[in-house]
Ligand binder design. Sequence first.
Ligand code: UD1
Length: 340
Amino acid sequence: MSVLLTGGAGFIGSHTAVVLIESGYDVVVLDNFSNSKPSVIGRIEQITGKPCPCEEADLSDGPLVDAVFRRHDFDAVVHFAGFKAVGESVEKPREYYENNLIGTLRLIEAMTRRGVKRMIFSSSATVYRADNPVPYYEDFPLGATNPYGWTKVMIERILCDVCAADPGWGAALLRYFNPIGAHPSGRIGEDPNGIPNNLLPYVSKVAGGELPLLHIFGDDYDTPDGTGVRDYIHVMDLARGHLLALGYMRDRRGAFPFNLGTGKGYSVREVVAAFEKVCGRALPVRVDPRRPGDLPSVYANADRARKELGFTARLGLDEMCADAWRWQKRREEADGATAE
Ligand code: UD1
């Protein structure tokens, strides 16, 4: 079975590429490397010992995307490509709508022309309206508080409508909670440009000495220790979720939303404590005011993915932190090697 991974050189895409290749899929990565590095492809090949063909292309370039579809005979597409920084999306809404929506529409056009009617879409827990109670269930009302989140809501809507219009179409809408960790080899992991916005990459850089201290955004939430609670999921578990979703969608038509989380929430302080355990030292932190737009507590009800996909997260917070820390150290070594 041949699968195209748009954005396959990114954080979740690269881990999914490894899992799919190791499960016998023929994977082709399509990426414009706007937020990833071409060297990731070589690392996927090192880990799997198999080739990972890569097409450098931007989804907005219809003719180029069409040409990729003519060169290969895909059975399905896993669609990761998209801008994903919440704060940036508020500053540059037009760019976010254009890149994420137009890119997806071009991709659907190219798929339709070649009769490819299976998509696994990289959605987010951010599609749940902020006033929903936790845990989140898939049938809760959708909404967003920023343009990035709205692009996810809108793309889910587009895919539901495409599936309704063509009974041959099938799409899995995978709503990720907070993916962290890295491949246990330490060869691939999260590599954000500039200063990270998300907790784990920030904590890793504090542990690695690249940043002086972690700012905890508020400790006066109505949570057990006052800091924000999230459903962190190991990126290798998440990658396996895509493998299961591809199998699930093989004989199904229609649009199917799934939460991919562990169903368990950890606070910022619990994450910091787990990371301190693996890196072997206390991390400097300072409590700052709440970050605008943050919710006290977000976690999944993970029943549907368990019952329908057979998906349960296997790796806990300690493994997530240990793998993130291994990746941080290996990356430092690699950076040092390049600098010499
Ligand atoms: C964020 C995005 C979400 C996106 C997800 C990707 C926002 C409002 N939401 O989710 O749309 O899908 O990333 O993983 O940006 N924290 C600190 N200090 C830091 C960074 C974070 O205390 O330097 C806290 C936050 O307040 C929060 C928790 O850590 O309680 C997790 O934050 P983060 O990793 O940014 O993820 P989310 O905000 O859940």
